[in-house]
Design a protein around this ligand. Structure first.
Ligand SMILES: [Fe+2]
Length: 338
């Protein structure tokens, strides 16, 4: 494998020193993300606010942090650590699998064996909580049992993906807003990250019911037609996939006791194909996910409302307007599930 050159700046020395002052250590992962070791997430007391802020900012810049834990975290440890970031409280909207420890409603238990957790979740690039105006600020992934033969998560940096777009798409995508098929919530296809100010692309490839385009030369909007929406979803999929070879996405594999937190406004993710392969082939995989309340609405531009009635009649005119389920199917040959 050729070593990739990072497109991200090195870890800021002041922030690294703050973290080290607390007895922990942050080191960059290539090509994105960073690893934190020596921070005891089983401790009931939170690290000092300046240490948390340093971690949160590096997570916003690099997309995600992998916490290397010396010992197994309890579900409570994991959930408490989740609340260090973003809206600093859990926001849980998912089903609870019967094997979830204590039936804790804040743990979304995932597995490649339905007896152990909910299967088949998130095969296409997405961000969590896209059906909410604010979306989740962060998501946590605590591996309970890594599969022996692999089955991790792909992460793609949405700021670096924006930078990788050709100039004409940068211009056009800034005029697009997506409509969530489940809720009718409207989000911009390009947004500025609230912490870093970096422009990031954003689209859910398994829950989009319409895309509105602000007309370039006059007031008003049009809906993308089926062929245009297909092209957009493929282009979005392609630019994130390209990150896997061009140094802004990673196929991450979990090690025992790993706990990963992502900045859900900075990286898109999807389950790796191996994550959904049978236990007989990959080994059993069990993971707990947490979701953290958003800090502010991810509001569309151009005075668009935050919410439209996607289940109602199309108010815009010709184009795709499809409420419910996985929304618009942009490729018949792929698995789509949220
Ligand atoms: Fe997800």
């Amino acid at each position: 494998m050729t070593k990739q050159t990072s497109r991200l700046p090195p870890i800021d020395e002041t922030r690294a020193a703050l973290i080290e002052g607390h007895g922990a250590r942050i080191t960059p992962l290539e090509p994105i993300g960073a690893q934190v070791s020596g921070l005891d997430l089983t401790a009931r007391d939170a690290p000092p606010p300046e240490v948390v802020a340093a971690l949160e900012y590096e997570m916003a810049l690099r997309g995600f942090l992998v916490f290397k834990n010396e010992t197994e975290l309890s579900p409570e440890d994991f959930l408490r650590a989740s609340c260090l970031f973003g809206g600093r409280e859990l926001h849980s909207t998912h089903g609870v699998h019967p094997q979830t420890p204590g039936g804790n409603p804040h743990i979304f238990r995932l597995s490649n064996d339905e007896r152990h957790g909910i299967p088949d979740v998130g095969p296409q690039w997405h961000n969590d909580g896209s059906f909410l105006p604010a979306t989740f600020s962060h998501s946590g992934y605590h591996i309970i049992r890594p599969a022996e033969n692999g089955g991790g998560t792909h992460f793609a940096h949405q700021g670096l993906a924006y930078q990788a777009l050709p100039q004409d798409l940068k211009e056009r995508w800034q005029r697009l807003s997506s409509v969530n098929s489940a809720s009718g919530v409207v989000h911009p296809l390009v947004h500025e990250h609230p912490l870093t100010g970096q422009k990031c692309i954003w689209l859910h490839l398994g829950m989009t019911g319409a895309v509105l385009e602000k007309l370039p030369d006059r007031d008003g909007f049009r809906l993308l037609h089926a062929d245009e929406l297909k092209e957009l979803c493929h282009a979005y999929n392609d630019i994130l996939n390209a990150g896997l070879t061009d140094g802004y996405a990673v196929a991450f594999e979990y090690s025992e006791n790993d706990c990963v937190f992502i900045d859900n406004l900075a990286v898109a993710h999807r389950a790796s194909p191996e994550a959904h392969m049978p236990v007989a082939q990959q080994g059993l995989r069990i993971m707990h996910r947490s979701t953290v309340k958003g800090v502010q609405d991810l509001a569309p531009g151009f005075d668009l409302p935050q919410h439209v009635a996607i289940d109602g009649p199309n108010p815009v005119g010709e184009g795709v307007w499809q409420g419910g389920g996985v929304g618009f199917r942009w490729d018949d040959g792929i698995r789509m599930r949220n």
